[in-house]
Design a protein around this ligand. Structure first.
Ligand code: AMP
Ligand code: ZN
Length: 473
């Protein structure tokens, strides 16, 4: 596929419009994605965010960009401190445990690793320096509680991402917690002076004894790894306010430069119409689903196959449908290995250029996976029909195989199609059935087919060979 970088368009939350994507440095993309708060296992709603970001990165790479991806780990904030105290475990040991679990889960979901995973606790000095700059420039001040706050009325563009209007009355009022609602837009804590509730968690710095606020963490770490202005910043829509609004206020006030060119936010995964979230208790972790026997590829497909800016409900029926879709792709990959029919020639070339065009145009259009998958499954149906009619040569099958493997570099839902080993019993039944067919003993052949079906194995007879596949789950 040719590189047509300029045709990519993303919906930028900053402008609420689709914009043509032009990176700062030609052929290179620098992107930052807000990573997990490592205070518990991530739930599959969180993984919807991480999978959207994975798809975005894979598509940019597929289109020929060199991508530098930074994902932070929030390993000190209100939630991690509370969690470690409740469990009576030192903060580092507590967050290390969940960070490890996060990496394991991400690998299970076939998420490509980021280039850097900075941890907040390892970048406190950068945060302190940034806060000092904000104090010097008059954007930050010390409150009576000795914490340092950001004065939102000093930054005229405050609200430009979330589009909130700051009421004069609210300015000067202060909020110290990391999370709060739009209606509570206030001066927020950059540095939280130590209080007994923080226990052992503090740093002795030029700003006094305390710890950073959550928002300054991402400003400091993103700029440390990607520079003062970079291309893409992602997160779920819940991050728009206050987290990303505050990141913009902090970074742009400190540098005087634009912080990020494209802000991309994924919508939420819901359960019965309500956001999946720890606080609502309506969540599944990846591990919960694996324990129920759900396949990682099906989970990946389910979370990826709805456009990232659409909400959708998690259901087990949806997961079943995802499993069949993934299986359909894997079955075709297996079939392609045995193909040795007549050549279809020009018709295949047409089908291939059509699917390439549809898939690419859809993905270029703000990662429109719905259309991309639809074109892919049309192609799968057409190729299956060709194989059924024995109209695909070995070379053509190889061509289709590598095309699908190419798409899977972006989608990551097929992976290595494992060489399936038949249980001995099944392979004996297949041979016995073949013998029965040769002897034109149709009754026995049919009985054996039924027995195999009961074992989840479908046999298909073609002119040359008897082929088998696992029944669609
Ligand atoms: P957290 O660990 O809470 O900082 O969240 C990690 C990422 O998951 C952030 O980008 C959140 O915006 C995102 N997120 C949280 N809940 C959901 C959800 N239900 N659906 C999709 N993304 C979510
Ligand atoms: Zn962040």
């Amino acid at each position: 596929m040719t590189t047509k970088q300029s045709t990519i368009r993303f919906f930028n939350t900053l402008t609420r419009q689709k914009e043509t994507f032009t990176p700062i440095s030609q052929g290179e993309v620098r992107m930052y994605t807000c990573g997990p708060t490592v205070y518990d296992y991530a739930h599959i709603g969180n993984f919807r965010a991480f999978l959207f970001e994975d798809l975005l990165k894979r598509w940019l790479k597929f289109r020929g960009f060199k991508v530098t991806h930074v994902m932070n780990l929030t390993d000190v904030d209100d939630k991690t401190i509370k969690g470690s105290q409740t469990q009576h475990i030192p903060l580092k040991r507590y967050t290390d445990f969940y960070a490890k679990a996060f990496f394991e889960d991400a690998a299970t979901l076939n998420i490509e690793p980021a280039d850097y995973y900075p941890r907040a606790t390892e970048h406190v000095q950068e945060m302190v320096t940034l806060i000092q700059t904000l104090i010097q420039k008059g954007y930050a001040y010390k409150g009576e509680d000795n914490s340092i706050y950001y004065a939102i009325n000093k930054f005229p563009n405050y609200g430009k991402l979330s589009k909130i209007q700051i009421q004069q009355l609210k300015t000067g009022a202060r909020v110290k917690t990391d999370e709060y609602a739009k209606e509570e837009a206030q001066d927020f804590a950059l540095w939280k002076a130590w209080t007994p509730e923080d226990g052992e968690v503090y740093w002795e710095t030029e700003l006094g004894k305390g710890r950073p606020g959550w928002h300054i963490e991402c400003s400091a770490m993103s700029m440390r790894y990607l520079g003062e202005t970079f291309d893409i910043h992602c997160g779920g829509v819940d991050n728009i306010f206050p987290h990303h609004e505050n990141e913009i206020a902090q970074s742009e006030a400190a540098t005087g430069k634009r912080f990020v060119n494209y802000w991309l936010h994924n919508e939420h995964l819901l359960v019965e119409g309500k956001r999946m979230a720890k606080r609502y208790g309506n969540y599944y972790t990846l591990r919960d689903l694996l324990a129920k026997g759900c396949a990682p590829k099906a989970i990946r497909y389910l979370l990826l196959s709805t456009h990232y800016r659409q909400q959708f409900n998690f259901t087990f029926e949806g997961l079943e449908a995802a499993k069949s879709a993934v299986e359909r792709l894997a079955n075709l990959m297996r079939r392609l290995r045995d193909v040795n029919g007549e050549s279809i020639g020009e018709k295949l070339t047409q089908l291939i250029s059509q699917v390439e065009k549809c898939f690419s145009e859809a993905m270029d259009d703000d990662l429109n996976v719905n259309v991309a998958f639809a074109s892919l499954f049309d192609f799968v149906r057409d190729v299956n029909n060709l194989i059924d009619a024995n109209k695909l040569s070995k070379a053509e099958a190889e061509q289709v195989y590598s095309l699908l493997a190419g798409f899977d570099k972006v989608l990551g839902v097929i992976g290595e199609v494992e060489a399936e080993v038949l249980a001995l019993e099944a392979s004996l039944l297949i041979s016995a059935r073949d013998e029965a067919r040769k002897a034109k003993d149709w009754k026995t052949a049919d009985e054996l087919r039924q027995k195999l079906k009961a074992m989840g194995i479908i046999v298909e007879d073609t002119a040359q060979v008897v082929r088998w596949r696992r029944e669609k789950p």
